[in-house]
Ligand binder design. Structure first.
Ligand code: GLN
Length: 299
């Protein structure tokens, strides 16, 4: 359960890991099922469990340059959960200069250093029209931190360089000398979401741009307006690392639901999945952050 966005805050990672082990132990005694699909491929790709309902094709953008603070885990969580729902999962890792495959059902991108964002800018401009067409067509996408910024209009770094974005989300970002770092609690229409942020960029939403959620704890888009992330159609931008998805299965199913709905033409047919461990871990972090917020303390 390590690396799921709930134990990565400053200073007490060891305590948290121990506490998490305790939670996992309790959950085992509650009869929670542990991992039930093999992780033969690090991307999480592989065959469905049980009756096969179809095949999902996930594209992970720039896993080398843009996947920090565990963001690769989002792709793995999506692929493995799709398999648990009964769908074969294929993961295509897109690198600069590569060709996007046909028939994309879901697109994922992660965070990165300003230098990583610089390294992908040309390729992103090249494949931008295809990504925009997919977004317009309702393809679900999850873009974290650095890629969230590049799905907006642009990112002006602390050194004054302007890295142009795709403008799929109506946001603009400006780097600050003081980084925004720490755990985050977010209230959304999917329920509470927890994760971890670490960014210099301060993001402003355009007037009609909806946020992903309202902050219960953390800095979010800019540390001022109390919002985090941005959503347009099925494109989600967020600062939450961790990775964010494993601790927030409702978020995974929101993305998968739209993608899998298109896979078989029969609508999304979910399997029953035991989320006891993820739910316990998230609830524990929610309580911890709400307590800190109520006491005006930093965790
Ligand atoms: N380089 C960007 C920033 O500092 C994105 C950071 C990240 O992806 N964690 O704001």
């Amino acid at each position: 359960m390590s690396g799921n966005g709930i134990g990565d805050d400053k200073g007490n990672a060891e305590d948290t890991a121990e506490d998490m082990a305790g939670d996992a132990h309790d959950a085992e005694h509650d009869g929670a099922r542990m991992i039930d699909v093999p992780l033969d491929d690090p991307t999480g790709a592989g065959p469905a469990t049980g009756h096969r309902k179809g095949r999902i094709r996930i594209v992970h953008l720039y896993p080398r340059e843009m996947s920090i603070y565990g963001d690769r885990g989002n792709t793995r969580a999506l692929a493995m959960r799709a398999r648990r729902h009964g769908y074969d999962a294929e993961v295509h890792e897109h690198h600069p200069g590569g060709t996007l495959p046909e028939g994309i059902h879901l697109v994922v991108g992660g965070g990165g250093q300003d230098s990583g964002q610089d390294r992908v800018r040309e390729d992103l401009e090249r494949i931008g029209p295809m990504l925009t067409a997919l977004a317009d067509d309702g393809t679900p996408m999850l873009m974290i931190c650095g890629m969230y910024q590049l799905f907006g209009h642009d990112f002006r770094t602390t050194s004054g360089r302007v890295i142009p974005g795709l403008g799929i989300l109506d946001v603009t970002t400006k780097g600050n000398d003081v980084r925004m770092i720490g755990p985050v609690l977010l209230r959304t229409d999917l329920g509470d979401i927890v994760g971890y942020e670490n960014h210099s960029g301060s993001t402003e939403r355009g007037s009609g741009q909806a946020p992903l959620g309202i902050l219960g704890y953390g800095k979010g888009n800019n540390g001022k307006d109390g919002t985090e992330g941005a959503v347009r159609d099925h494109v989600y931008g967020s600062y939450l690392h961790g990775p964010v998805l494993p601790a927030n299965p409702a978020f995974i199913d929101r993305l998968l639901g739209v993608a899998l709905d298109r896979v078989s033409g029969k609508g999304f047919e979910p399997a029953e999945i035991d989320d006891t461990l993820a739910d316990q871990a998230r609830r524990r972090q929610v309580d911890r952050l709400l307590t800190a917020a109520a006491k005006g303390r930093e965790v």
